[in-house]
Design a protein around this ligand. Structure first.
Ligand code: KIV
Ligand code: ZN
Length: 539
């Protein structure tokens, strides 16, 4: 953003009489333009199947985003449900540093509700309102004439600006919007008080050359464009979200909306870690920088995986398990001679600490807590104590405890108070026995127990759990893997269960894979329950 834009934005804020927010610096000391990072992991990311999070989980992610030093955290969609509202409110009350945004449609009810949650962030609260502007969306989804859409957009921005000077407006499906109409809407919403205008590629359809030209068109054809920050928000349906975001900043966009691990609707959003590492690694040809503390990228990625149970593919750029692994002999030889032969960025720069033999059974609570913090896990005392007990038990069973083991323990222990809890599972099985599982668990605080026969130990265990929880859900996926090497490694089980339109993932880890399976299944059932509850709240 140029100095002129900052002045314009500040002036607008003064004019609205809502108090002037000190704008973050727009240019680094070395002259690079700062690209504002707007993280939407907790909103667009959370909308993706299997990624739903409860309030506490959202708060943990928000704390990590604060450590990453993103500029804006989009914390949720307050009108969507009670749970979403409470999460946005809690994050607005708790997180210091980044601005906190809440999404809302262009209706008064949505905007009022959003501000009710966001007001706790004061000047750092951002109302993000949107309406679709493409012909196809206006005709079929909104069933509104363009003039009415334009009027709704302006009305929404004015309403939002009556609460705060920090207003973002998005033209949903901007990429498929007729350019003259897009320019008209952008000009009108800026005049109405939007200080950020977002030009999303909602359906992941554009390519870098085209997107560059759309942003350039707006720069050249919207008279008041310098009074707002241009933001971009790219979906990854054609695998181009990061490339498109880079093209957009070259054309003048100064805010990029992205998510940790690239999660989001359908194929996801622009991946935060990829985008910021491109800026850092190709500073030779890109005169831009972000404020992100890149050493916090790996902890952020791992934390999100721990919370949602959804891992990244091993070859994922920056945070995949193989992203810094050099397997081929010729590469290893080159690396031994000179690291830069095959390494364009260091593992340390993205916070990848050597997977060390962290702690043994004689390690103390202090060392355990410190390592968890290095890995991005901040637990309160109660959860920390439970996790520490689990660690001690594991250290008794296993000679070596690795970071991955700690991630698994934390993701088990950091969960909110669950409806269902596993007490014990015992299985008899083998080549000459009908598998029988006896399961004891707590259902809403009441201890219940049953035994079931099944087609193998996992089947009988799941049948028993299903009976005790009276769940009507369907198990649609079951995977078992090993967290680290060795026969004493913890088994990690991932399951997906579905009921109606809800589908969730559950994870569990243990040195005993039947226990891991039971935990994963129960985790999924708890998540399904809270997802269904949120949905009912919203109706
Ligand atoms: O993809 C999209 O267009 C969005 C908007 C609501 C910003 O998520
Ligand atoms: Zn989106």
């Amino acid at each position: 953003m140029c100095a002129e834009t900052i002045n314009a934005v500040n002036k607008h804020r003064q004019m609205t009489g809502k108090g002037v927010q000190t704008m973050a610096k727009a240019v680094k000391n070395d002259g690079r333009q700062i690209i504002r990072i707007f993280d939407t992991t907790l909103r667009d990311g959370e909308q993706a199947p299997g990624n739903s999070m409860n309030i506490e989980e959202k708060l943990r992610i928000a704390r990590q985003l604060q450590k990453l030093n993103v500029d804006v955290i989009e914390a949720g969609f307050p009108i969507a449900s009670e749970g979403d509202f409470e999460a946005v409110k809690k994050i607005a009350q708790t997180i210091k540093g980044p601005e906190i945004a809440g999404l809302c449609r262009s209706s008064e009810k949505d905007i009022d509700r959003a501000w009710e949650a966001l007001k706790y962030a004061g000047e750092k609260g951002r109302i993000h309102t949107f309406i679709a502007t493409s012909d196809i969306h206006m005709k079929y989804k909104l069933q509104m004439e363009p003039a009415k859409v334009l009027a709704s957009a302006v009305k929404a921005v004015k309403r939002a600006a009556s609460y705060t000077a920090n207003v973002e407006f998005s033209c949903e499906d901007a990429v498929r919007t007729r350019l003259p109409f897009l320019a008209e809407v952008v000009e009108a919403v800026i005049a109405a008080g939007a200080t950020t205008v977002n030009i999303p590629d909602t359906v992941g359809y554009t390519i870098p050359f085209e997107y560059f030209n759309i942003i350039k068109y707006l720069k050249d054809n919207v008279p008041n464009i310098d009074k707002a920050i241009i933001s971009v928000h790219c979906h990854n349906d054609l695998g181009l979200s990061v490339a498109n975001s880079i093209a957009a900043i070259q054309a003048g966009a100064r805010q990029v909306e992205c998510t940790i691990n690239g999660i989001g609707e359908r194929a996801g959003n622009c991946s935060l870690e990829e985008f910021v590492m491109i800026l850092k690694t190709r500073r030779d040809i890109l005169p831009f920088a972000s404020n992100v503390v890149t050493e916090q990228l790996t902890p952020a990625s791992r934390l999100l995986t721990a919370v949602t149970g959804i891992g990244v593919q091993p070859n994922k750029s920056i945070v995949g398990a193989n992203a810094f692994a050099h397997e081929a002999g010729i590469h290893q030889h080159g690396m031994m001679m000179e690291k830069t032969t095959y390494e364009i960025m260091t593992p340390e720069s993205v916070g990848l600490l050597a997977s060390a033999l962290v702690l043994g059974k004689h390690s103390g609570r202090h060392a355990f807590k410190k390592r968890l913090e290095e890995l991005g896990h901040d637990l309160d005392d109660v959860k920390l104590n439970r996790a520490f007990d689990r660690f001690k038990d594991l250290a008794d069973l296993k000679k070596e405890v690795f970071d991955e083991d700690l991630d698994a323990i934390v993701s088990d222990e950091a969960r909110e108070e669950d409806l269902y809890k596993l007490d014990h599972v015992t299985v008899t099985c083998g080549s000459f026995a009908v598998a029988t599982a006896t399961v004891q668990m707590e259902v809403n605080g009441v201890t219940v127990r049953t035994a079931e026969l099944g087609d193998g130990p996992v089947d009988s265990t799941f049948k028993a759990i299903k009976k005790l929880t009276k769940s009507k859900s369907k198990l649609t996926q079951y995977n078992v893997g090993s967290i680290t090497g060795g026969t004493d490694a913890q088994g990690e089980v991932t399951v997906r269960v579905s009921e109606g339109k809800h589908s969730v993932v559950g994870k569990g880890a243990s040195t005993d894979i039947i226990v891991a399976s039971a935990k994963a299944y129960i985790h999924a059932l708890n998540r399904l329950h809270s997802r269904q509850k949120r949905f009912i709240d919203a109706v």
